[in-house]
Design a protein around this ligand. Sequence first.
Ligand SMILES: [Zn+2]
Length: 87
Amino acid sequence: MTGDPNNLSCAEFQSQLPDLIGSGQDVSAHPHILRCELCRALLSDLETIADAARQLFPAVEPPDDLWEHIESAIREEDTAPSASKEN
Ligand SMILES: [Zn+2]
């Protein structure tokens, strides 16, 4: 893994894709996308899915801290039973 955006394999690029999209970068201008027809097709599929999701759930905008909420919810589930045992 060199991290050089000009020299990524498809697997490396695709593993970074969620981060690229999540950080709001223009993925369609990524050097790998410009060189790689396969990942261009993948990206356009993802955009189609994202558009469809927005049309299905127009009011739903996942907050930036969504994962933190999920994580703390999991932690609460985890600690609840042991806490009741001590009482
Ligand atoms: Zn590729």
